[in-house]
Design a protein around this ligand. Structure first.
Ligand code: FBP
Length: 314
């Protein structure tokens, strides 16, 4: 028996949000994103795998799926009547919708993270970070909600509004119904997901990786941030890292679009998220493009990473 609180099935996402007295506009926003995912699923299953002929703000060539997923979510958010500003990892430009309205929400999202994995049939996901008001350049601790949708053998949705982390599964009617409420991480890290080239690890990260291996922690790495984090969450414990590298001191992952929402969810499940020295959620972003190293998962593992880095790198 999992240590999650199993919940009567058939509670769908909207009912779950309402039964937890969530803000009506936030409920609407989360449900709009859930609805948008149904079109992304269709695009993934049937869409072309070609390139879009464009590049994102990081200079990475965009797949047609990236651009299509970005348009699907952007359109839903723009017409939701509850959004002040939005920014997608694909465009990197803040899109004003009702930009001065502090009663609405601002959304940063990665429409299809790991999209290059689709053509090798591996799992990918949508990651969403939600703030109250118009300001998107806030520390992640100020998020009012975060969520991801994982397009794998099953489609699942995980969200938190600060009252625990909850997982939903998509049923045959394409409705999201509850699987587990209040998912909690527990015990030592059983798996670890090491991003980046090992040969580029700094001394502290190398010491941490060796300590994990010597303690029998199993390596599980798909190359998709959403499935790799989801595995750590749903299997009750583990650690993911995309560290600072000798040739990439800021690592690879984006603070606003990937790290803040996942750090919020993992902390809500009793886990921890650090850049190796400080909490991810405390980082004050000065631009939407900010990258950061990340160690995220079981608190003990994250603390060990920080200790190894302190000991070896000062
Ligand atoms: P994209 O945003 O370009 O998809 O890259 C993000 C990502 O795919 C993450 O999902 C994953 O954790 C990481 O890059 C994998 O990087 P690498 O291929 O260097 O291991």
């Amino acid at each position: 028996m999992n240590d999650y609180e199993s919940t009567p099935l058939h509670i769908d996402l909207r009912r779950h949000l309402r039964e937890h007295d969530e803000d009506r506009d936030l409920t609407r926003l989360i449900c709009e994103i859930a609805d948008a995912s149904k079109y992304i699923i269709n695009a993934i299953r049937t869409g072309e795998l070609g390139m879009a002929g464009t590049s994102n703000l990081y200079g990475e060539e965009q797949l047609a799926l990236d651009v299509l997923s970005d348009r699907i979510i952007t359109k839903r958010l723009a017409h939701s009547e509850v959004v002040a500003n939005l920014v997608s990892e694909e465009s990197g430009e803040i899109v004003p919708i009702d930009p001065e309205n502090e009663d609405k929400f601002s959304v940063a999202f990665d429409p299809l993270d790991g999209s290059s994995l689709v053509d090798v049939n591996l799992a990918v996901g949508t990651i969403v970070s939600i703030y109250k008001g118009s300001n998107l350049l806030q520390p992640g601790r100020n998020q009012v909600a975060a969520m991801y949708i994982l397009y794998g053998p099953r489609t699942t949705l995980v969200y938190s509004t600060g009252n625990g982390v909850h997982e939903f599964g998509m049923n045959s009617l394409m409705e999201y119904t509850i699987n587990y409420e209040n998912i909690r991480m527990a015990g030592p890290a059983k798996i670890y997901s090491p991003g980046g080239l090992r040969s580029k690890y700094t001394a502290g990260t190398e010491k941490f990786a060796r300590a994990l291996e010597e303690s029998g922690t199993k390596l599980r790495y798909s190359g998709g941030f959403v499935p790799d984090i989801n595995q750590i969450l749903i299997k009750r414990g583990g650690v993911f890292m995309y560290p600072h590298l000798t040739d990439a001191p800021s690592g690879k992952l984006r603070l606003l679009f990937e790290l803040n929402p996942m750090a919020y969810l993992i902390e809500q499940a009793g886990g921890a998220a650090s850049d190796g020295r400080r909490k991810i959620l405390d980082i004050e972003p000065d631009s939407v493009e900010l990258l950061s190293p990340v160690f995220i998962g079981t608190p003990e593992a994250v603390a060990l990473a920080e200790q190894c880095i302190r000991e070896e790198e000062g």
